[in-house]
Design a protein around this ligand. Structure first.
Ligand SMILES: NC(=O)c1ccc[n+]([C@@H]2O[C@H](COP(=O)([O-])OP(=O)(O)OC[C@H]3O[C@@H](n4cnc5c(N)ncnc54)[C@H](O)[C@@H]3O)[C@@H](O)[C@H]2O)c1
Length: 260
């Protein structure tokens, strides 16, 4: 069910689907900016169905949005592997302890659970190793790949300190845009090995995380906004390319999350 956007308080969480690109989902307070620009977005009823046969990798899943996503999925029956930088393992363990979910490392675990694998999204070998670990621990390839790993720098194109560091700009693009693509391409290959399910022949789902900065970047967000614009841009072609394989692709364009 959908309707035109009313005036809404900034504290209200809304999920909006773009009629131009249904794979782009805009959440939260960015609504008001869209309203100002009279963009024709629609509010949709949002429910997240987690199936007991969901086998997910969540990148950046030790902290913030990724941790909340990993926990939510596992608490609702999924088997989840968190791929994050090595120094985040303790944070992951704390989140897992608080959630009361089992942390597994043994082969062919069947019930809902969490697992951790040290993984940098810019390192293809480490992503492959994490996807191998999913198959070892949970006995089947991933059918959900959720990219929450991300970084930001705060710097202007030109400030009193001089021009923006090119290295910093490229680092943000490499992690946020390159890393998201890296995980999507390798996870898609694993999903393509699964048997298609249901009348739509679904094999899996890839969910990327962009940001409202892709459309409404603030001063000091030039690198971050560019990186998230890249994630938005890759969504539609990726969705078109992977649809024949039964792999859905979508991107969340979030403003400030409650996990912040
Ligand atoms: N928090 C917000 O309000 C908000 C709003 C819009 C978009 N986002 C996006 O949501 C995602 C999560 O944001 P968050 O605020 O929860 O961040 P966060 O800093 O709490 O978590 C980011 C996670 O990514 C991991 N990470 C960073 N670089 C990595 C790499 N190279 N390889 C693997 N993991 C890496 C970090 O270790 C961390 O666990 C990001 O992509 C961010 O841009 C967040």
């Amino acid at each position: 069910m959908s309707k035109a956007i009313p005036s809404i308080p900034w504290s209200t969480i809304y999920i909006i689907r773009s009629p131009i690109n249904p794979a782009i989902i805009v959440t939260n307070v960015g609504v008001n900016s869209f309203e100002r620009r009279r963009t024709n977005f629609f509010i949709v009823r949002a429910t997240m169905t987690v199936l007991s046969r969901t086998v997910a990798i969540v990148t950046g899943g030790s902290s913030g949005l990724g941790a909340a996503t990993a926990r939510y999925l596992a608490q609702n029956g999924a088997r989840v592997l968190v791929g994050d930088l090595g120094h985040q393992q303790e944070t992951f363990q704390r989140m897992a302890n608080e959630s009361g979910l089992p942390v597994v490392a043994t082969s062919s675990h069947q019930g809902p659970a969490l697992a951790f694998c040290e993984m940098d999204v810019t390192n293809s070998n480490q992503i492959e190793a994490a996807l191998d670990k999913v198959e070892d621990i949970y006995g089947e390839p991933v059918n959900a790949a959720i990219s929450c790993a991300g970084i930001a720098v705060a710097a202007k194109t030109l400030s009193k300190k001089g021009p923006h560091s090119y290295e910093d700009f490229m680092k943000v693009l490499t992690v946020n845009t390159g890393g998201t693509f890296n995980v999507a391409r390798l996870a898609a290959e694993r999903m393509s090995r699964r048997e298609p399910e249901g009348k739509d022949g679904l094999r899996g789902c890839i969910i990327n995380t962009a940001s409202i900065a892709a459309y409404e970047g603030q001063i000091g967000q030039v690198a971050y906004a560019a990186s998230k614009g890249g994630v938005v841009g890759m969504t539609l072609p990726m969705a078109r390319e992977l649809a024949p394989l039964g792999i859905r692709v979508m991107t969340i364009v979030s403003s400030l999350c409650a996990t912040c």
